[in-house]
Ligand binder design. Structure first.
Ligand code: NAI
Ligand SMILES: O=C(O)[C@H](O)CS(=O)(=O)O
Length: 484
């Protein structure tokens, strides 16, 4: 991997303003999911280093919160500019450790940086209220203040954007952050921490602690100095962190698993629906929490849609993310590929048919053909569990009532999508879907301007938009008496 700025690839963690190098006898190896080769090592840290990072954060946060919103915005704007100036290097580091094609990785850098840009602006509009008093001599004020020290735990599938979607509002609100990135993809986090230092973020305000998830998470959830925990990842882990945070009553942000329905009504523009399904299903090789996990097609257009979708899927090239023309990279690891194989085998065993794809590729242990399955039913595992891979299962439905029932038959509620032209239907279906987000005639909804998040087992809170900064603020009510 050739970088313009080699210093952005650093085998070290950032603990309270100090860089801790990976040692030969206590490190975590990081591999390239496309080839299996080791690309570097990071320190295997635990509770003691996490405690130190939290204490440094507590101290640094006081000074940071005392600065004006404009001062904080200037530093964040500089951080955004440095990310964009170094987009190619950051993209290469991301492709190397996560596998997505370089163009998609650079797209993630721009998407991730957009949260820093957005919240640099939002941070200057954290306004309170002055409310008419309830008695002649009283005046009521409402202040919004930073919650303080924030702990963040992020996943491997978006190693840049899932961090900046939290760090942007946290720092804009005047908070400090201690981050544990996914062990599969730490170098993207380290690289943006280097740029944060260059942008002028004070030492100790932002730590990146690599190592034992259980130990680091255990300290983050138990330490009373941490007033907010923000997590993106699986529902299972999120529920555990929720339990662990209860004794210290922390504010929680949970962006968890999904099981998105993608519905094609018989009045849909089928070519547009195919284009949307390709994005919603195969972005990041199907490894996003908002990926279409179930595709419902109304009976009258089922065969036409299935044929068009299979034709588009056959054009998707799978391979190493650094190779020209590759659209789909590897899955993150062998276990992810085996989960995809299990889902396909279960569906075929219960009567589904393969239209295209359906087996692993010989180029390595993490590559799987983009796949379309027909005649999928609710009894199959793919209907209930997130596949997190390049498999598009097609279900049939009769009418609106039938598909709303099927689409809502899940304990998840993150993203949902449907294609239809009739405006009355668009309102009826958007209102009936039990999800935090609904894409209408589009398969790509994620943007810094909009509130991202889910309901039910998909999590708590929203990230991005003007709502996202409230997650890092506390309201203070001040009652002024004696105002005669
Ligand atoms: N709602 C959303 O925005 C997103 C949800 N996800 C969900 O996450 C899953 C895939 O991502 P993974 O990284 O495999 O999820 P994961 O939940 O295994 O890991 C996520 C993060 O949690 C850490 N972690 C794991 N066990 C922990 C513990 N006991 N204590 C503290 N930290 C722990 C991991 O090291 C990683 O940093 C899928 O279910 C996907 O839907 C992933 C990305 C975004
Ligand atoms: O799945 C995730 O990790 C992200 O939330 C996906 S998105 O923000 O790029 O839609």
């Amino acid at each position: 991997m050739k970088l313009k700025d080699r210093s952005l690839f650093r085998e070290a963690a950032l603990v309270g303003g100090d860089w801790v190098q990976a040692s030969a006898d206590n490190h975590i190896a990081v591999d390239n999911p496309a080839t299996g080769e080791i690309i570097g090592h990071v320190p295997n840290l635990g509770a003691a280093e996490t405690r130190a990072a939290i204490e440094s954060a507590r101290i640094a946060q006081k000074g940071w919160a005392a600065r004006t919103a404009k001062d904080r915005a200037i530093v964040l704007r500089k951080w955004f500019e440095l990310m964009m100036e170094n987009k190619e290097d950051l993209g290469k580091i991301l492709t190397l450790e996560q596998g997505k094609p370089l163009a998609e990785a650079m797209g993630e850098i721009a998407y991730g940086a957009s949260f820093i840009e957005w919240f640099a602006e939002e941070g200057r509009r954290i306004n309170g209220d002055v409310i008419p008093g309830h008695q002649p001599d009283k005046r009521i004020m409402v202040m919004k203040q930073p919650i303080g020290v924030v702990a963040a735990i992020t996943p491997w599938n978006f190693p840049n954007a899932m961090i900046t979607r939290k760090a942007g509002p946290a720092f804009a609100a005047g908070c400090a952050m201690v981050l544990k990135p996914a062990s599969q993809t730490p170098f993207s986090a380290i690289a943006i921490a280097i740029l944060a230092e260059r942008a002028g973020l004070p030492g100790g305000l932002f730590s990146v602690v690599t190592g034992s998830a259980r130990e680091i998470g255990g300290e983050m959830t138990a330490n009373p100095t941490v007033r907010k925990l923000t997590f993106t990842g699986s529902t299972e882990v999120g529920a555990g962190l929720y339990r662990q945070s209860a004794p210290t009553i922390k504010k929680l942000g949970l962006e968890l698993g999904g099981n998105a329905p993608f519905i094609v009504f018989d009045d849909a523009d089928l070519d547009a629906a195919v284009e949307g399904a390709i994005i919603a299903k195969f972005r990041n090789n199907g490894q996003t929490c908002v990926c279409a996990n179930r595709i419902y097609v109304q009976e009258r257009v089922y065969d036409a849609f299935a044929e068009k979708l299979a034709g588009a899927v056959d054009k998707l090239v799978t391979g190493n993310g650094f190779d020209e023309g590759v659209i789909l990279g590897p899955l993150i690891d062998r276990a992810a590929l085996e989960k995809v194989e299990e889902h396909v085998a279960d569906a075929l065993g219960k009567g589904a048919k393969t239209i295209t794809g359906g087996k692993r590729l010989s180029m390595g242990n993490t590559f799987y053909e983009p796949t379309v399955l027909a005649d999928v039913t609710a009894e199959m595992t793919v209907a209930r569990e997130e596949t997190f891979g390049p498999v598009a299962p097609l279900f049939r439905f009769k009418d609106e009532a039938d598909v709303i029932r099927q689409a809502n038959d899940t304990e998840f509620g993150l993203a949902s999508y449907f294609y239809a032209k009739d405006m009355a239907r668009v309102f009826r279906v958007a209102e009936a879907l039990e999800y935090g987000m609904v894409g209408v005639n589009t398969g790509l909804i994620s943007t810094a301007e909009a509130p991202f998040g889910g309901v039910k087992l998909s999590g708590l809170g929203r990230e991005g938009s003007r709502y996202g900064i409230d997650e890092f603020l506390e309201l203070k009510y001040v009652c002024l008496g004696g105002v005669a």
